[in-house]
Design a protein around this ligand. Structure first.
Ligand SMILES: [Zn+2]
Ligand SMILES: [Zn+2]
Length: 300
């Protein structure tokens, strides 16, 4: 077992007081287990479950609040209890029967490539930020091409069709997919960090956790069915967000990317989406004009 090290790179000794709360908790967690593999697998699984269901919760609550209904992308579609329960059962089954064993196999591969697991303090946030940015770009590219492939005849019929069962998605549907799809597209998520550590020998497990948490936030947001004025795509025009991926579920074509819009733009796989959006924007403008006219007529 690799012991937790309290040393900087230049070998200056570090006291426990120099560690922040999370670093101390991290150190305690790994020390409390005699087996680094089990400690890594358990914390990885817990992190995944807490972030996944925790991120779905606000969108689930929003369904019960009338104020938020105006931000729904497909307002006529109702997420019935039956639909949600079916999705929940399938996702939980996949988490325990498929993702959990895969999570156990992560530690041997990660350590083989030299990933830092137990080491504290964590890397500087600058390093974490640029590594996470690289993983986002890698995953988005991987996802775009493999998602397009999954729309090809037999691949769609036997694998990807399950994910498209919900034409008006909600948060929980983010991981509602055929096991083979989970394996293929999951490679884009975990393959980036593994490739990075194999090439650079410089990656900490905490960076992988931050990356996976943000990726879960991204995919649950994309499937949420809500486009709020404060959604990230309004700040970053190249961010796909729910509005982009919701169209993919509604129309079954176009918008194959996950995080960013650039691949669909470059490859011209967003032309139908752009036409639809233009029509929707024009309709909204016309409605606004009619309402204003009616208001003026009432005043006069
Ligand atoms: Zn698809
Ligand atoms: Zn989807």
């Amino acid at each position: 077992m690799k012991f937790v090290s309290f040393t900087f790179n230049n070998n200056n000794t570090l006291s426990i007081n120099d560690l922040n709360f999370v670093e101390r908790a991290w150190d305690e967690w790994f020390k409390s287990f005699n087996n680094e593999l089990i400690a890594t697998a358990l914390i990885s699984f817990l992190m995944h479950e807490i972030v996944y269901f925790g991120r779905c919760l606000p969108f689930w609550i929003a369904d019960f609040i009338p104020y938020f209904q105006k931000y729904k992308l497909q307002p006529k579609e109702v997420n019935t209890v039956q639909k949600q329960w079916k999705c929940m059962k399938s996702v939980l089954l996949a988490h325990f029967l498929m993702e959990l064993p895969l999570i156990f196999s992560f530690h041997p591969v990660a350590t083989l490539f030299g990933m830092e697991i137990t080491t504290v303090p964590f890397p500087h946030w600058h390093k974490i930020a640029y590594q996470v940015a690289v993983f986002f770009v890698f995953e988005d590219t991987f996802h775009y091409w493999f998602h397009r492939l999954l729309h090809y005849g037999p691949f769609y019929k036997y694998i990807h069709k399950q994910h498209h069962e919900y034409s008006a998605p909600f948060g929980l549907t983010a991981e509602y997919a055929h096991p083979i799809e989970v394996l293929i597209l999951g490679t884009g998520t975990i393959g980036g960090p593994l490739l990075w550590v194999a090439l650079t020998n410089d990656l900490h497990l905490i960076t992988v956790f931050i990356w996976i948490s943000l990726r879960l936030f991204q995919t649950i947001d994309a499937h949420s069915g809500y486009d709020f004025p404060w959604s990230l795509r309004h700040l970053l025009p190249f961010w796909a967000g729910a509005e982009h991926h919701d169209y993919h579920h509604m129309a079954f074509v176009n918008c194959f990317s996950t995080s960013f819009r650039w691949w669909d733009h470059i490859m011209g796989t967003d032309l139908m989406y752009k036409t639809y959006r233009k029509k929707k924007d024009e309709a909204a403008k016309n409605l606004k004009r009619i309402n204003e006219k009616e208001k003026k007529a009432k005043v006069n």
